[in-house]
Every structure is written in structure tokens, then in C-alpha cells.
Design a binder for this molecule. Structure first.
Ligand code: NCD
Length: 361
């Protein structure tokens, strides 16, 4: 069975195929309007969402399928203490495919092991958000024709911004992509992303706190919201929340063909006077998300009918405990703690749910 938990579950060829399909859907919607007739998508959203949930639902309706689900944890049995694994096992009896958003890192991975149907990660805590990446890459391909040799600036909350982690992972597959990581010191990209993804793929990168200085060099500027809900202290959120505000006046020295993206929702990090600039692509990006989700649902259901399996080829360790309080294992006591040996020479392992690092001694 194939799931989408991490954007790297899809090869570059599969991403190309999804983008080609999405464009074909956009141009020939009638061709696809009955492709999922009789199929059901379950949207299990334990965290707020506008674009992701509604675009998944619109995607399934436009494929001729049906939708069931919930939009907050309070209206599901998780409020009575049901585990993610049990919820997934039950929903697997009612639906054909699941899109799940959860505040804990690794929850959709847990669901994918139990549901018996394909599971799509629609955002797990501050970890990953692969279907937002699908929207991002289609927009970049349409605007730039490809990914090689681009200089991509990420600005804002690079620590908790799950869309940032997933898009960096996707870009790491292309040639000569340079990253400019713009954030306050406290909100820098997590170390595992720098080490495993950026250094692991020899990507060129700089870290800076200065947006204005960075702007002229960029082909893509990916703005993000400071993720209030992930902060441990209200004070540090208050101190950092207005770190960056992109105004039209700041674009004077930007490239004429800069592409400004934002996963949305914005709070105040892009002022509305930028919306009319032709370099603002974030509303188009949200629309592209629907076509990519249509292409993804089609692909996963098709592979399901062919009975394909995701290959498993890894060294797993069951004796280490994950200490990350944001990991799904911190709240679901019954879950096995499982680590993957990622650096054999130094005995470095990472939790399969949240990617926290431990040493295997
Ligand atoms: C993002 C998310 O949920 O991570 N939103 C989205 O899905 N488009 C970004 C955010 O909430 O800031």
C-alpha cells in the first residue's frame, strides 16, 4: 500500500507525474469528473484548517467521490481518549482513503500502519506537510519552468513551519538549488533538516536574519506565519510575532520575475499592498493545491487497486525511548518506540515518527 507521509515517499518521477496530471485536470476537468465515483475520502482533522481540508474535500467532489470526516478533535472520539491507531483502524472500515492532520509529530505514520487504506499526511505538528509542498512545487514549475539553479528564500518561522521542512526536502532532489534561510535566531530550521536534508544532499545555504538584504538575490520568496500554537511560551511568541512584514516598498530591489509564495493563512507577514503585485503567487498556489490533491488521490487509489506496496528497507531499533514532547509517542503510551539507524558509523538513530535524534550505545 502506498501512503504520503513524507514528501520523499514520492520520487522525482512521481512528482512530475502528479504535476502533469494536475495540469491536465485543470485543463480538462470533465475527463476526471467521475474517476472516483463510489469512493470515499475521510478527512480526519484534529487541528484547524481552511485550505487543506476544504481543498481535499473539493478535490474528492470534483473527482465524483464522497467525503466524510471531522474538522476538530473535540468532535471525534479522541476527546474520549481513543488512540490514533484505533481511530484509523475504524475509519479504514468506512472509507477508501484518509487525509489526516494532527498536532503530534508522526500521528499520520501511526495511522498508515493501522488503517488498511492509503493515508495522506495533511500536516503533523511542526514536522511535515507534504501536500502543501505539492501545491508549492506546481506553482514553482508553472512560474519558473523547473527547479534547477533556483535561489529560494524561506522567511519567518523556519523552526515550527512544517511546510518549510517538506519543501526543502522536495527541493533537495534538484540540481544546484540554493537556500537563503531568513529567520530570527530562535526560529531557525531544525538541526535534523540542516544535517540530514540540506548537508546530506550538498545543498548550498546561508542563514540570515535580514530579509531586505536577501531579497535581491531570490527567485522564490517563501513567506511563513510565526506558528503561535507551537510556542512553549506566550512571551516568546509576542516578542517574535512581528519579525518580518513584507511590504510592496521592500520589493523595489527584487527581481522582476520573483515569485512570492506563502502557504497561508497569513497574519501580517505579507501586507495586502503586495497582493496586486504580479509577483504575488500565493492565491494561485492555494488553487494549485486542489489540483495536486486531486492528482494525488487518483494516484494513491489507483496504486491501491494494483495492490502495490511501499518498499521497507531499514535498520529498526526498538530499545530506545523518544524524549520529544511533541512526538505522538509522548501521548499514546501503547505505541512502540521505534528508531531508524541513520548513521551507522556513529550509531545515530532517529525516531521514525518525529525524527528526534538519539545515540544507539
Ligand atoms: C500551513 C499549515 O497548516 O502548516 N497552512 C496550510 O496548510 N496551508 C501553514 C500555517 O498554518 O501557517
Amino acid at each position: 500500500m502506498k501512503h504520503l507521509i513524507d514528501i520523499r515517499d514520492l520520487s522525482v518521477e512521481e512528482l512530475d507525474f502528479l504535476m502533469d496530471t494536475a495540469i491536465d485536470i485543470k485543463n480538462n476537468p470533465e475527463k476526471y469528473s467521475e474517476k472516483c465515483k463510489g469512493k470515499k475520502l475521510a478527512t480526519l482533522f484534529f487541528e484547524p484548517s481552511t485550505r487543506t481540508r476544504l481543498s481535499f474535500e473539493a478535490a474528492m467532489y470534483e473527482l465524483g467521490g464522497n467525503v466524510l470526516g471531522f474538522s476538530e478533535a473535540a468532535s471525534s472520539s479522541s476527546s474520549k481518549g481513543e488512540s490514533v491507531a484505533d481511530t484509523a483502524r475504524i475509519v479504514g472500515c468506512y472509507a477508501d482513503i484518509i487525509a489526516m492532520r494532527h498536532p503530534k509529530e508522526g500521528a499520520p505514520l501511526v495511522a498508515s500502519a493501522k488503517a488498511g487504506i492509503p493515508v495522506i499526511n495533511a500536516g503533523d505538528g511542526g514536522h511535515n506537510h507534504p501536500t502543501q509542498t505539492l501545491a508549492d512545487i506546481l506553482t514553482i514549475r508553472i512560474k519558473k519552468g523547473g527547479f534547477d539553479n533556483l535561489t529560494v528564500g524561506f522567511c519567518g518561522d523556519l523552526k515550527y513551519g512544517r511546510t518549510v521542512h517538506s519543501l526543502i526536502a522536495a527541493l533537495s532532489r534538484y540540481k544546484n538549488v540554493k537556500l537563503v534561510l531568513i529567520s530570527p535566531e530562535e526560529l531557525r530550521v531544525p538541526k535534523y533538516v540542516i544535517k540530514d536534508i540540506i548537508n546530506g544532499n550538498n545543498m548550498e545555504y546561508v542563514e540570515t536574519a535580514d530579509l531586505e538584504e536577501a531579497i535581491p538575490s531570490l527567485d522564490i520568496l517563501y513567506m511563513t506565519r510565526i506558528q503561535r500554537e507551537r510556542f512553549d511560551s506566550k512571551d516568546s511568541y509576542e516578542r517574535l510575532k512581528d519579525s518580518y512584514v513584507l511590504k510592496r516598498s521592500k520589493l523595489e530591489n527584487a527581481k522582476k520575475d520573483l515569485c512570492i509564495l506563502h502557504p497561508l493563512p497569513r497574519v501580517n507577514e505579507i501586507s495586502v499592498d503586495v497582493d496586486d503585485d504580479e509577483r504575488a503567487c500565493y492565491f494561485e498556489q492555494a488553487l494549485n493545491g486542489k489540483y495536486m490533491r486531486m492528482a494525488l488521490i487518483l494516484k494513491l487509489l489507483e496504486e491501491e487497486s494494483l495492490n502495490s506496496t511501499q518498499s521497507v528497507n531499514e535498520d529498526l531499533i526498538y530499545t530506545i525511548k523518544c524524549k520529544n514532547p511533541r512526538c505522538i509517542t509522548s501521548v499514546e503510551q501503547e505505541l512502540p518506540h521505534i528508531f531508524r539507524l541513520t548513521d551507522k558509523a556513529n550509531g545515530i538513530c532517529r525516531c521514525i515518527y518525529c525524527e528526534s535524534k538519539e545515540k544507539n550505545t
